[in-house]
Ligand binder design. Structure first.
Ligand code: FES
Length: 253
């Protein structure tokens, strides 16, 4: 049943990338437990605007858990405390009356704070870009069964393709590693026959760009898997390592 709760928010406020940030405290009164976390911030922003203050900047788009735009660290958890849930799909019924909620941006050398809770995730775009393209001829629409793909392989590729590139894996990792993200991309393209011709080149380019951008290395903490709203498995990191070594030793590139 719907009810309302009163909360205290401690929100990271930072005017710009070079400015010093700080946590500011805001009361959040009469918050419906049916609201999503982002709707709750909308309510706070409405009040801040009415008070002539700067609203809290935060990223969002679909609000349906599919675009990967939203994200903040809530009480120390990327996307909040619920497993397999994006911030936009986190509902206030998971909080209790009187709670204090600390809201911070993703923190990583490669993701600079733009403003408040908004960080620059264009490093992910750069990694995708260097991954290149698939050279399989498009032509007319092929028969779906013309290229036989074992069901188990198709499932693995589809599971990896569920990655929405939100960056929670980087935010959750003590090394700020992007290996779950890169592992998911390398897997979803490389597992399927259409993605094999460029697989060796792709994995080497993506890994070297990932390193150059300042992401850390994986030390098997598995925090990325725990934080991922799409529950991408760290077995994708093992596949990334295998693909990378295979490419290094056997590829002429
Ligand atoms: S706003 Fe699109 S995933 Fe949250």
């Amino acid at each position: 049943m719907s009810k309302t709760i009163n909360l205290t928010l401690k929100v990271w406020r930072q005017e710009g990338p070079e400015k010093k940030g700080r946590l500011e405290t805001y009361p959040a009164r009469d918050i419906s437990t049916d609201m999503s976390f982002l709707e709750m911030i909308d309510v706070i922003n409405e009040q801040l605007t009415l008070d002539g203050k700067e609203p809290i900047a935060f990223d969002h788009d679909c609000r349906e858990g599919i675009c990967g735009m939203c994200g903040a660290v809530v009480n120390g958890h990327a996307h909040g405390p619920e497993k397999g849930t994006t911030l936009c799909q986190l509902h206030m019924r998971h909080f209790s009356d009187g709670d204090t909620i600390v809201i911070e941006p993703w923190r990583s050398r490669a993701f600079k704070v733009v403003k408040d809770l908004v960080v620059d995730r264009s490093a992910f775009d750069e990694i995708i870009q260097v991954g290149g393209y698939i050279s399989a001829n498009a032509g007319g629409a092929p028969d779906g069964n013309a290229i036989p793909i074992p069901q188990s392989v198709a499932e693995l590729a589809m599971d990896a393709a569920a990655c929405i590139g939100c960056g929670a894996c980087v935010a959750a990792c003590p090394n700020a590693s992007a290996m779950l993200f890169v592992g998911a991309k390398v897997s979803h393209l490389g597992l399927l026959p259409q993605g094999r011709p460029e697989a060796a080149k792709r994995v080497q380019s993506m890994v070297s760009r990932m390193d150059a951008l300042g992401f850390g290395n994986c030390t098997n903490e598995a925090e990325c898997e725990a934080a991922c709203p799409k529950e991408i498995s760290i077995t994708n990191i093992a596949r990334l390592n295998r693909e990378f070594l295979k490419a290094k030793f056997f590829s002429p590139e």
